[in-house]
Design a protein around this ligand. Sequence first.
Ligand code: F6R
Length: 610
Amino acid sequence: MCGIVAAIAQRDVADILIYGLQRLEYRGYDSAGLAVIDQNAHLNTLKRQGKVATLADLVATEQPRGGTGIAHTRWATHGEANETNAHPHISQDRIAMVHNGIIENYKSLKETLSGQGFAFKSQTDTEVFTHLIASHLQNQSSLLEAVKQAKQQVTGAYGTVIIDKENPDTIVAARSGSPLVIGLGLGENFVASDQLALLAVTRRFIFLEEGDFAEITRHKVSVFDVDGNPVEREVVEVNASQDTNSKGQYRHYMLKEIFEQPTSIRNTLEGRVTTDGLVDGIFGQGFEQMLKGVNHVQIVACGTSYHAGLVARYWLEQYGHVSCNVEIASEFRYRHFHTVPGSLLVTISQSGETADTLAALRLAQQRDYLSSIVICNVDGSSLVRESDYAFMTNAGAEIGVASTKAFTTQLTSLLMLTLAVGKAKGLAEDKQSLITHALLGLPAKLEQALTLDSHISDLAEDFIEKDHALFLGRGDQFPIALEGALKLKEISYIHAEGYAAGELKHGPIALIDADMPVIVVAPNNELLEKLHSNIEEVRARGGVFYIFADQDAHFESDETCHVIDVVSTDALTAPIVYTLPLQLLSYYVAVIKGTDVDQPRNLAKSVTVE
Ligand code: F6R
């Protein structure tokens, strides 16, 4: 949610900043800007509404010079997406600031600052923070000290970087609730909200911790903790491949990431599952022992990750022999919940930075949970660092804003977690072996599911004139119906709903007519007969069907019923296999409609605000 890049170097940094913003654009893309200080201590600020490419064009024309700079790509929170509200924000033609997060008490601060003569150009909370720092800078020469004092007056969340044209050899960064990482170069240093932005210039990083702030020069990085004490933070070598940033032969990152899923899931399984079962210790030291005391699992997540949690509930209750509750993080954190004794908290997050999920974890840490584990794709992220245990999905960087491979690797990880819980709870050997073999067979099944690609791209034509769609599933396919609907709406902007098929007759069936396509996920499982009956109820009311069904499920195509054969698969991993055709359907509908598939309107990849 918004992206920050900053650099301090001997060379001109504008191109480094633009490159970094392009890497971060998936986090927010309604406006972008940068500010650099040149050799004559002149602050040069360039901003554009729209995507980073429009700013890049401006930078190519203007060629701003200077070795100290900050840049930002925005996902608007306060004030509409226009050039005035774009970052960096400037105060006194002296300091420039970029900021991720939300300053909650900005209104009262604004009143005070207005009283002191500060004039406001934008509608943003960030401009208030900028003027606040400038007001402290009037009384001392150190930018670091001014930021430290301003920090004490703001409430809310921020990851921020500030430069001062009168101290051009220093940049100051501060983190509270929104991640920041410092990249270490040779005679040059960098800051970003995600290390991905800096992989072209360094692989060595310091991840700032909650409350940290830092003073960064070309040759030195000084980090201070929340109380202002100097601290040493570990330097981490990141081994990410640059190749994740290329679309390769694919038209969109989303399509590339859909097709990567067999490989991603091999990576999730690698070194963790063999034909003998789970490898010992893969969840971390003491985890298996701890599981013996667990009798309830509380899952908390948002969006697609929440849907992964909903599937896991079916698995954990059936094979893990524990009760399980799954809740959206933004609801969980404000509910007066009761903690079931012997509870394990499981958070699920691709980014590891989702504000609501992180807040839920922090809240749960004050309660009586036995332990916490995060299922996450980003190493070093806040959820990974703050949970008792972290299990990495190993999906590789996901750039498309709509989650695809992150979701299926989450599901794979959750099935492994189910196996671990089952083992701890005395699940019979033959059942353990069933899960193991289902997991190991998964990449091949996914490869087969992807052969539906051209068939689905043809079907997608049927959807382009539609305004609504309904997705139906039962049992552990109900969350897959929810996920199919979410994917369609977020990238094609067609209104879609996911429903448990048995619930349809309790209201939504009133919506059925020939203009409402009904997409059904129908693997060959114990609920198939029930699903057949639900489908007949809709059929009798003129519904038009697209049924993704197991070859052995006995559905026949006719004028109003399109049956798409999906590879036969065991019931256990069917939720993962059936996700892929639904991803492809959304993708092709969006492509035909001409929407911005990788960066759909109003969205951002990492939601670091509440
Ligand atoms: C949808 C999507 C979002 C995220 C949600 C949580 O395609 O990607 O719904 O799943 O914002 O994000 P994470 O998993 O990073 O916590």
